[in-house]
Design a protein around this ligand. Structure first.
Ligand code: ZN
Length: 326
């Protein structure tokens, strides 16, 4: 198994937290109400690249397509969060980081090996952050790269670990790139590669519609959580991943954001929202977004919404391909 492929365990763990947060409750939904304009910073994790991709898509093509879509939407600079360890297996993928920089987009730290803090000590985790730094330094030159994104949004499964890593990050001048909107967009990449190999257009249609439904839901639920906690829209930060299906779906996602009146802002502007100074100070067995953690910390009732269709995503287009179709 490739080291950066997310395990089913992690997928299942995310679902457990999601299930906990999504228990039905009687709160009225504000999703359908008229909402004022909101702001969101887009961020892209797992650079240079992960997950399976269709045979016709090179890794450079994926990066080029994503950068093109973001530029076309007049996006302010989008942080790409890097796992430099990927370059051990694919040193040529450094070109993708160079493409990101050539587009004048910045890079940040996502640990060297995409380490799960829930499965490692704070010291191991800190070493893994530090090990990511030479590539960031090399690619960013004199520009600031001290933004950190926790892999799996896991900030610590014990309070001690959580506090220790946060102290280390502060001592090393990192700011935490908290996430407030996430819809498991990465989970569509492997199924898309399989369905393309099967020439299964009906399944690809479902992948597209389910991706957009999940994205739409996540915007509505994020806003509901923000209003439940802060009584207003905070400036949001959306987590996206680099992958083959984003070349197809990112243009649609940009249209969706426009339709829903989300204006794009840079990461430092979004994270300067005072909300992000709150520290939920909770230890979770599995990760979660900033808003999910704050909901738990404040004992607010969970917002009901459908779960990511992980079971279908994991099973779709998995039958063997007949030899004549390969
Ligand atoms: Zn990641």
């Amino acid at each position: 198994m490739r080291p950066f492929t997310r395990s089913l365990l992690v997928a299942a763990s995310g679902m457990l937290l999601a299930a906990h947060l999504r228990q039905a409750c009687a709160r009225p939904s504000v999703a359908a109400a008229h909402l004022p304009p909101a702001k969101v910073a887009l961020t892209v994790d797992d650079l240079p690249t992960t997950d399976d991709r269709p045979a016709h898509l090179s890794r450079s093509h994926i990066a080029r397509s994503i950068l093109h879509t973001l530029k076309k939407a007049d996006s302010p600079p989008v942080y790409g969060f890097v796992n430099a360890g990927q370059l051990e297996d694919g040193p040529a993928d450094i070109r993708i980081l160079k493409m990101w920089r050539a587009a004048r987009f910045p890079l940040g730290n996502h640990t060297y090996s995409h380490m799960d803090l829930g499965a490692h000590t704070a010291a191991e985790f800190e070493q893994d952050i530090a090990k990511d730094e030479p590539v960031l330094q090399q690619q960013m030159g004199s520009q600031d790269w001290h933004w950190f994104r926790y892999p799996y949004l896991q900030e610590g499964d014990t309070l001690e670990k959580r506090e220790e890593v946060r102290a280390w990050l502060a001592a090393h001048h990192y700011r935490i790139a908290e996430v407030s909107l996430s819809f498991d967009d990465w989970a569509w990449n492997d199924p898309y590669a399989r369905c393309v190999a099967h020439h299964d257009t009906a399944s690809i249609r479902w992948l597209k519609s389910s991706y957009l439904s999940s994205a739409t839901e996540s915007l509505a639920v994020g806003r509901e959580m923000s209003n439940a906690i802060y009584g207003r829209d905070i400036q949001y930060v959306m987590l996206l991943h680099i992958g083959g299906f984003e070349t197809v779906m990112l243009p649609h996602l940009m249209t969706l954001l426009k339709q829903k009146d989300f204006g794009l802002v840079p990461l430092d502007q979004a994270e300067s929202d005072p909300a992000y100074q709150d520290d939920p100070r909770i230890a979770l067995k599995y990760g979660g977004t900033f808003l999910e953690m704050m909901m738990l910390a404040k004992h607010l009732p969970p917002i009901p919404h459908p779960q990511t269709p992980m079971r279908r995503l994991n099973s779709i287009c998995t039958r063997p391909i007949p030899a004549r179709q390969r």
